[in-house]
Design a protein around this ligand. Structure first.
Ligand SMILES: [Zn+2]
Length: 181
């Protein structure tokens, strides 16, 4: 198991701690990743818990996601790079629901453009797949937008997906490089 040691100074008591952190997580760790428990480190002196955000790699049967890490694993799995925690959280949710993240980013752009017509300017995030609907969170409205799964299927059938080489960043800025209707 890939583990590394890092030093951190406790923000409460100043004690220098050396802690072991895992570098690789799997889908068994999803809950602890999503609720950020993997980042909780307890000081050995004062027992206060600190959040220590560190780079790691997420690996499941079909995907490898690098969170602020270089692409180092030789594998034919789908590879992605994420630079913020919200990005990797969303990516894990998408892959765990067996969805294509390029199509999901495309749908997010579609929702954002529809919202603009109602003068709502907001980023949306993938949330979940429930009752045959894809649910997205509209951050500025604090509401969900639901898209029927058939809309997703239709895009997959009618659109053209380009192969993604290496561990690319797939987000609103890049998804149109890899998908068009
Ligand atoms: Zn401490």
């Amino acid at each position: 198991m890939a583990v590394s040691k890092i030093d951190f100074n406790c923000p409460s008591c100043g004690k220098k701690n050396r802690v072991k952190i895992k570098n690789i997580y799997s889908n068994e760790d999803i809950t602890n990743i999503l609720n950020r428990d993997i980042f909780k480190i307890e000081c050995t002196k004062c027992n206060k818990t600190t959040i220590l955000d560190y780079p790691f790699t997420y690996v499941d049967d079909e995907h490898i996601i690098y969170y602020n890490m270089e692409d180092t694993i030789e594998d034919n799995k789908i590879k992605r790079t994420c630079k913020t925690f919200d990005d990797i959280k969303e990516k894990i949710l998408i892959f765990n629901d067996n969805l294509n993240d390029i199509i999901i980013e495309y749908i997010k752009l579609f929702i954002e453009s529809e919202l603009k017509k109602e003068n709502v300017f907001s980023e949306v995030r993938y949330d979940s797949f429930i009752n045959n609907e894809l649910r997205f969170y509209v951050i500025n409205k604090k509401e969900y937008a639901n898209i029927d799964y058939s809309f997703y299927e239709n895009l997959i059938t009618k659109g053209k997906l380009k192969e993604v080489k290496d561990a690319a960043v797939i987000d609103a800025n890049t998804c149109l490089k890899y998908f068009h209707l």
